[in-house]
Design a protein around this ligand. Structure first.
Ligand SMILES: Cc1ncc(CN)c(N)n1
Length: 238
C-alpha cells in the first residue's frame, strides 16, 4: 500500500502479481483471432463442442460450490451462486442451438486431453476437504477469464465476424461482468476471513485455473496443442 492509499483486495493483488499469466489466459491467440476477424472456423467449432462437454462438468462443480456455501456461509452468497447454477440450464440450451447452427454433432464429441484435465480438476471439488474459500475463488476466476476474453472481442475496434457476436456477447456482456464482480466481492470477503493456508491454496487454485484455461484455448488449434506456449507448472512467488 502506498502512503494514504487503500490496500488492494487480495484478488486485485493476485491479478497484479500474476498479470502475465492472466494475460496469457485472457488475450489468447484464439480469442484474439475472433476479435481481429481472422478466426479459423474449424477452431471455433472445435472449441464449441469441447466447451459443451466442459459445461456439463461445470454444472456438477457449481453444485459442489453451492453445497459448501450452504454449509458455511451467508444466504446472500447462496442466492448469487444459485443464480449462476440456474443460468447453466440456458447455457446448455444455447450450446445445442449454436452446435446445430454450425453443424457440430455434440453426441459425437469426446473430450480432448486438456478438457479431461480441466474436468478432473473440477471433479476434485466434490471432496469435502476443499474449503468454500478455495471453491468460490475458483468459480470467480473461471468465469472472469471468459468474461474478460469475450468482452475484448466486442470492445471498440473489433472486427469480430457478425456470426460470432452472439457468442461474445454471452460472456462479454455488462450483465455478466457485474455477475463476475459480485463473485469477486464474495471471494475477497472469504479470503479476508480465511487462515493463511487457505489463502495460499486459493492462490494456487487461481493459478491452476489460468493454466487450464490457456490449455483449453490451445485445444482449439491442433498446432498449438502440439506446441503449447505455456509453462507447464505454475509456481507461487512467496
Ligand atoms: C473452459 C471454460 N471456462 C469458463 C467458462 C465459463 N463458464 C466456460 N464455459 N468454459
Amino acid at each position: 500500500m502506498d502512503g494514504g492509499g487503500v490496500a488492494p483486495t487480495t484478488t486485485a493483488s493476485w491479478l497484479a502479481r500474476h498479470r502475465e499469466m492472466y494475460k496469457r489466459a485472457t488475450r489468447h491467440p484464439f480469442t484474439v483471432s475472433i476479435r481481429d476477424g481472422t478466426v479459423d472456423l474449424a477452431a471455433f467449432k472445435r472449441w464449441l463442442g469441447q466447451d459443451y462437454m466442459f459445461v456439463q462438468e461445470f454444472v456438477a462443480f457449481l453444485a459442489s460450490v453451492l453445497l459448501k456455501c450452504c454449509k458455511q456461509s451467508e444466504s446472500s452468497d447462496m442466492e448469487i451462486i444459485l443464480g449462476g447454477l440456474a443460468s447453466l440450464s440456458d447455457e446448455l440450451s444455447w450450446f445445442k442451438k449454436e452446435a446445430a447452427k454450425w453443424s457440430v454433432d455434440l453426441a459425437g464429441v469426446s473430450p480432448l486431453s486438456s478438457n479431461m484435465e480441466y474436468r478432473r480438476f473440477l471433479q476434485s471439488f466434490g471432496e469435502p476437504e476443499i474449503s468454500y474459500t478455495v471453491a468460490i475463488t475458483t468459480f470467480w476466476i473461471i468465469e472472469t477469464v471468459y468474461q474478460d476474453s469475450f468482452a475484448f472481442c466486442i470492445e471498440e475496434g473489433n472486427k469480430t465476424p457478425p456470426e460470432l457476436l452472439g457468442t461474445c456477447q454471452r460472456w462479454g456482456s455488462p450483465e455478466f461482468k457485474q455477475y463476475c464482480q459480485a463473485l469477486q466481492q464474495i471471494t475477497d470477503r472469504c479470503l479476508a476471513n480465511a487462515p493463511s493456508d487457505a489463502v495460499k491454496s486459493a492462490e494456487e487454485a487461481f493459478l491452476r485455473v489460468l493454466d487450464l484455461e490457456v490449455g483449453f484455448w490451445d485445444m482449439s488449434s491442433p498446432e498449438r496443442q502440439q506446441n503449447p506456449q505455456k509453462p507447464s507448472t505454475v509456481q507461487l512467488l512467496e
